[in-house]
Design a protein around this ligand. Structure first.
Ligand code: GLA
Length: 373
């Protein structure tokens, strides 16, 4: 064989091996398939495009999806009789086409619910019965349109304060303290039995909050409705909560019998900007840039490594409890599109997820990808 032919043959072999390697390399969803679903939150910024490299990542690595905004009351039904079904249909189709576990987020939340929901035509606050009727209408409509194509719903989001009291909200003010139980009764009545119903919240490691949520789950069940799962949002930081506290949180919540869903995971690398009013713009506070937005020019490798270790430790815990933990879902796909860049202060450069802004896998990805090797 002359040298040219040999070279050609060799390069063909290398090329085809590369192709095979690319095709067969398992995604995170394959690696964790015996433990839990791997999910990500997506929305129209990806679904609305013909081509989205972020959605390619989701197809490759995820077995579950959640919608960032498009199923919230305000996005889906901003005015009486106006429905954005284009977006919600696209979302459900993406999940169905890719055989994913599809989460509906969220039926009832004090945020992103339009004012009209609480007002009658004369602009007065509606009665308890009227509001319960509107809530039932919303659920019945979604149940009719999607049935069990949407596999699970966050029925109520963030209804308990950190001190364990009920959050004051329009729902609570108009219906009364039993509004959460009523919401679950409605969902229980309207959805097919195979659709799972969840309670979802943040700061679950805080004891007073968690204890109240555990009682709430018991109250809902005592009222004859089901709570199949509890969503631990998991918007956590590099050092809170400790792995021990996270473990206690999972263990105690699992005793209710509800499955555990890590529903909105991200790990911020910035510290809480306590010297700046929440909701303000970091650019209006140049004197605090270095303190609260220190990684404007990139994430130092030691911080990326620390974050990778943190993701690894938490995933190790989730695997340990994988008889209880059914899903671990990231709140977003890549660092450039994450609420952590704009909360609690706008225009920060944060790095909370496992893919960077160029969609390259970060240290956190490598750590969880190889955790079970
Ligand atoms: C909460 C909600 C989510 C989302 C995030 C921030 O966790 O449950 O729907 O709004 O805040 O983006």
């Amino acid at each position: 064989m002359n040298r040219l032919r040999l070279l050609l043959l060799l390069s063909l072999t290398v090329f085809s091996n590369l192709l095979i390697a690319q095709e067969v390399a398992p995604g995170l969803k394959d690696i964790y398939k015996d433990h839990f679903y791997i999910g990500a939150a997506i929305d129209m910024h990806y679904l609305g495009k013909d081509q989205s490299p972020e959605l390619d990542i989701v197809r490759r690595h995820c077995s579950a999806i959640a919608p960032e905004n498009l199923l919230k009351w305000g996005s889906m039904n901003p005015r009486p009789g106006v429905y954005n079904f284009d977006a919600t249909d696209k979302y459900v189709k993406f999940g169905t086409d890719n055989k994913m576990f599809i989460v509906g987020h969220v039926l009832f939340w004090h945020n992103q619910t339009p004012d009209w929901v609480f007002l009658n035509d004369a602009g007065e606050t509606v009665s308890r019965d009227e509001l319960l009727g509107r809530m039932r209408q919303r659920v019945a409509l979604l149940a009719k349109r999607y049935g069990s194509k949407i596999n699970a719903w966050d029925v109520v989001n963030e209804a308990i304060e950190d001190d364990g009291t009920l959050r004051k909200s329009k729902f609570q003010e108009i219906i009364g303290d039993d509004w959460i139980v009523e919401a679950f009764k409605i969902a229980n009545d309207e959805f097919p039995a195979e659709v799972e119903l969840y309670y979802n919240d943040y700061n679950m490691p805080i004891d007073a909050k968690r204890q109240r949520i555990i009682r709430l789950i018991e109250e809902i069940k005592a009222a004859g409705a089901r709570v199949d799962g509890v969503g631990i949002q998991c918007h956590w930081s590099l050092d809170w909560p400790s792995v021990e506290l996270a473990e206690q949180t999972i263990k105690q919540l699992a005793l209710t019998g509800a499955d555990i869903h890590i529903s909105e995971m991200d790990i911020t690398v910035l510290s809480w900007p306590y010297k700046i009013p929440q909701g303000s713009d970091i650019n209006d506070y140049p004197q605090f840039q270095d303190e609260f937005n220190p990684y404007r020019n990139g994430l130092p490798s030691e911080v990326e490594v620390r974050q990778g270790q943190r993701y690894r430790d938490l995933f190790q815990l989730f695997v340990k409890y994988s008889d209880k933990v059914k899903r671990v879902s990231f709140w977003g796909v890549q660092d450039g599109h994450s609420w952590c860049n704009d909360y609690p202060v706008k225009n920060c450069r944060n790095y909370p997820l496992i893919f960077d802004r160029e969609l390259k896998p970060k240290e956190a990805f490598e750590q969880i990808y190889h955790l079970l090797d």
